[in-house]
Design a protein around this ligand. Structure first.
Ligand code: NAP
Length: 291
């Protein structure tokens, strides 16, 4: 048996096309959805993530108010800029690319973003609303995982979902989304304190790996036919590449593809969904501002 590959690039393109259509409709009513991505410094991975976001903004027809600040920017200067963007009614979404330079308090910065413009879904108001089941901007990667499952036609209701990882940006929120009535999974959340993790993962109908370590999930940990969602993005040295590295996930893809029923590749699985869902949230923010 060979697993069906869930093509995140294709699903993300579908989501962006749906968003682009709605952006055109909003533009016809005189509103151009607008996102401000703030990048501080020159971290190469962050620069490349921001470039990807800007490319997607152009593709879906949204306005781009991104700001690239020098590494030496003070916390006060950054907070001042966020205050200006909060007050600017033509800006619907604000995203601060993480990580920030060490001299800036990330929590203080994220708290400064108006929750109604927090299209990353990281502000405690949005996190709290997600927990109690109220309307919220859903964090992009976890939301992207749910949309991938939906668009791949995977039935989730009554299934046992096992999540590896409990971070605030992936593990915890994806567990909550999987457990929501709409998705209706029974969820087990694993972490480094979990004993006999392979016994738990082998019970998973849906296994989400968000550990940030290569080879976290091997063949013996997966039930035949299970759906495997690999969130991990790990750089490993590769002298055959111009960059000197390549990206791999948390799962042993080659090993798993004969056991799993469905699997997401890395790259080209969850990654493209994150940016697509950011476009989705920015559109929602513009629609909410209009209301
Ligand atoms: P993180 O903050 O480092 O959290 C990793 C979590 O995994 C922690 O809760 C940790 O447990 C757990 N963990 C680590 N090794 C484990 C193991 N061997 N067994 C069980 N649990 C283990 O990472 P993150 O921010 O959630 O990101 C996870 C991965 O997803 C990274 O590779 C990241 O690059 C990737 N990512 C991808 C996207 C995307 O768009 N594709 C977006 C975000 C993140 P403890 O809490 O016990 O330490």
């Amino acid at each position: 048996m060979s697993a069906t590959i869930i093509d995140g690039k294709e699903v993300a393109a579908q989501v962006r096309a749906e968003v682009a259509e709605k952006v055109s409709a909003l533009k016809a009513k005189g509103i151009t959805p607008c996102l401000a991505v703030i990048l501080v410094g020159e971290n190469p991975a962050s620069v490349s993530y921001v470039t990807g976001k800007q490319k997607a903004l152009a593709e879906v027809g949204m306005a781009d108010r991104s700001v690239h600040l020098p590494e030496t920017t003070t916390e006060e200067e950054l907070l001042h800029l966020i205050g200006e963007l909060n007050a600017d009614s033509s800006v619907h979404g604000i995203l601060v690319q993480l990580p920030l330079p060490k001299h800036i308090d990330e929590e203080k910065v994220l708290l400064a973003i108006d929750p109604s413009k927090d299209v990353d879904g990281f502000h405690p108001v949005n996190v709290g609303n997600l927990v109690i089941g109220k309307k919220a901007y859903l964090p992009c990667t976890p939301h992207g995982i749910i949309v991938l499952l939906e668009k791949a036609g995977i039935q989730t209701s009554g299934k046992h979902a096992v999540v590896i990882g409990r971070s605030n940006i992936v593990g915890k929120p994806v567990s909550l989304l999987l457990a929501r009535k709409e998705t209706n999974c029974t969820v087990t959340l694993c972490h480094t304190g979990t004993k006999n993790i392979e016994e738990i993962t082998r019970q998973a109908d849906i296994l989400v790996a968000a550990a940030g370590r290569p080879h976290t999930v091997t063949k013996d940990m997966v039930k035949p036919g299970a759906v495997v969602i690999d969130v991990g993005v790990n750089r490993i040295p590769d002298s055959t590449k111009k960059s000197g590295f390549r990206l791999i996930g948390d799962c042993d893809f080659e090993d798993l593809k004969d056991v799993a029923g469905f699997i997401t590749p890395v790259p080209g699985g969850v990654g493209p969904m994150t940016i697509a869902m950011l476009m989705f949230n920015t559109l929602e923010a513009a629609e909410n501002a209009r209301k």
